[in-house]
Design a protein around this ligand. Structure first.
Ligand code: NAG
Ligand code: NAG
Ligand code: NAG
Ligand code: NAG
Ligand code: NAG
Ligand code: NAG
Ligand code: NAG
Length: 423
């Protein structure tokens, strides 16, 4: 369907006016908070200076040795674009999959043959992998920080169900109630979905691997019986709790996708990064008929039961997340607001005004208590929106002094979505 030009212009205008009003509202709000705060602390310039500096310059310097555990459908691709851009612009050394693979062994534990060797020290491991501490601690420098992101398991389930076409692959009758039907007959449909007969339709998901049962815990390395050679602690609550406590001590930060902006701002503080580092352009946002299916009723109980380890995992890290936020003090909320505003201005500059094609145009974000002033150029806009893995491969070959073995052209955006390889 074609929208008439005039109408489309009208829609754009309405959108712009809306954005402007919202921007002014947010600015006033931010201003109000700043004024209030300064009133509480009059004349103490040294104190204000010290407080300001704390969020702009960290003592330790920015952290850049990172393992990021990337699971499916938890805003991980959005996070991944942040990390790839961070490393690419600093020419850091990435742990990259071999051949044209997109995954570092996922959904199996990571092994030596899964990554390209390097002459230099590795800095960032962030493509799809299962948390494998025995290998990762050998591979990465000893000051590496571990981060990951999880999401409300119900939201994760709906998103996985839609994205990976579970209903279609498991032959569930189509329609509004497809996802509910799947849950009410979970054993039957899981068997069909995970069977060797459906292997081709599932693309890179191996036989016997469940995408609906404790997926996030599996990605974080918990032994849940896949592959068959691994332990299965699904039914042992004390072992599950022990594992969660181990993750708690090993990971610097587990972001919560349901509170994405708050999670990013906490990441910025913990890593000594800047606002520019955590800017993002949302990717992979899909809409599907059951997106807003509410967590209640028998089907929700079935899911809670079926995937109970993920619910425990999520409840633990959602709780520790908000505890950490509380410890950051009241200016955390202000920083979130200032970042939201920054993010919105950049989003408008890059993708509403479409400045990614306009050299010499740039946007200046002013200094605040939480960031130095910085410019956003068309190149920055491009980097927010481009799939960087091919460029990282290119950079790897240059840095290692090798010739690329027929890699995909850098500018072409491949469609890796459901496979583990670009071809
Ligand atoms: C970490 O690695 C650095 C350099 O590789 C080394 O000098 C340092 O002793 C190591 N620290 C620990 C605690 O192992
Ligand atoms: C899947 O499970 C079946 C039955 O438990 C087993 O016979 C088969 O070897 C498994 N396949 C894989 C690839 O693990
Ligand atoms: C793991 O154990 C649970 C029971 O505790 C069982 O239902 C499940 O099928 C097992 N998972 C695998 C992959 O074998
Ligand atoms: C459950 O896990 C705990 C802690 O790892 C272990 O000591 C216990 O033997 C396990 N229980 C069973 C029945 O395997
Ligand atoms: C939850 O699981 C338990 C045992 O695994 C079972 O007895 C119970 O009926 C299940 N409840 C639902 C709502 O599926
Ligand atoms: C996460 O924790 C907060 C604070 O305890 C709570 O209000 C919220 O409902 C939790 N979120 C989810 C999705 O469970
Ligand atoms: C932004 O770019 C302009 C033009 O190159 C330059 O004059 C200005 O100093 C830059 N501002 C910042 C904060 O880098």
């Amino acid at each position: 369907m074609k929208i008439p030009r005039r109408q489309s212009r009208k829609v754009t205008m309405t959108l712009l006016v809306g954005i402007v009003i919202w921007t002014i509202g947010t600015m006033l709000n931010t201003l109000k908070i700043c004024v209030l705060n300064d009133r509480q602390e009059p004349f103490s310039h040294a104190k204000i200076r010290e407080r300001e500096e704390r969020h702009i310059r960290c003592n330790q310097g920015e952290k850049h040795n990172i393992v990021f555990i990337k699971c499916m459908k938890c805003a991980t691709e959005t996070m991944a674009t942040i990390l790839r851009r961070f490393g690419y612009t600093r020419k850091l050394n990435f742990v990259l999959p071999v051949k044209k693979n997109l995954y570092l062994g996922w959904p199996y534990l990571m092994e030596d043959g899964d990554y390209r060797v390097t002459k230099k020290e590795f800095n960032i491991l962030m493509e799809h992998s299962i948390f494998t501490p025995s290998l990762m601690s050998k591979l990465m420098p000893n000051n590496t920080v571990y981060i990951s992101i999880i999401r409300d398991p119900w939201e994760n389930f709906k998103s996985v169900f839609s994205y990976f076409g579970l209903g279609r692959i498991a032959d569930v009758p189509e329609g509004q109630g497809q996802i509910i039907d799947y849950l009410r007959n979970i054993l039957k449909y899981e068997e069909i979905y995970t069977s060797p007969e459906k292997n081709q339709l599932r693309l890179c998901i191996p036989d016997n691997f469940s995408m609906t049962r404790n997926l996030m815990s599996h990605c974080l390395g918990m032994p849940l019986g896949f592959p068959a050679s691994r332990d299965n602690i699904t039914g042992n609550m004390s072992a599950v709790n022990e594992y969660i406590m181990m993750l708690d001590s090993q990971f610097l930060h587990i972001l919560i996708a349901d509170y994405f902006v708050e999670s990013l701002v906490l990441l910025k503080r913990l890593m000594c990064w800047s606002f520019k580092d955590i800017l993002y352009h949302q990717s992979n946002v899909a809409s599907y008929p059951f997106k807003y299916l509410v967590p209640k009723g028998d089907y929700y109980d079935i899911h809670r039961n079926w995937s109970h380890v993920d619910y425990l995992l999520f409840d633990h890290f959602n709780k520790t997340f908000w505890n950490k936020v509380a410890k950051e003090g009241p200016d955390f909320g202000e920083e979130v607001q200032v970042f939201r505003l920054t993010q919105m201005l950049v989003e408008r500059f890059c993708f509403v005004e479409q400045n990614w094609n306009s050299p010499s145009v740039y946007l200046t974000i002013p200094r605040s208590r939480f960031n130095e002033a910085f410019n956003v150029s068309e190149e920055d806009c491009r980097l927010l929106n481009v799939y960087l893995l091919p460029s990282l491969w290119q950079q790897y070959f240059e840095q290692e002094g090798l010739t690329p073995e027929n890699l995909p052209p850098v500018e072409q955006r491949p469609k890796p979505h459901k496979g583990c390889s670009i071809n």
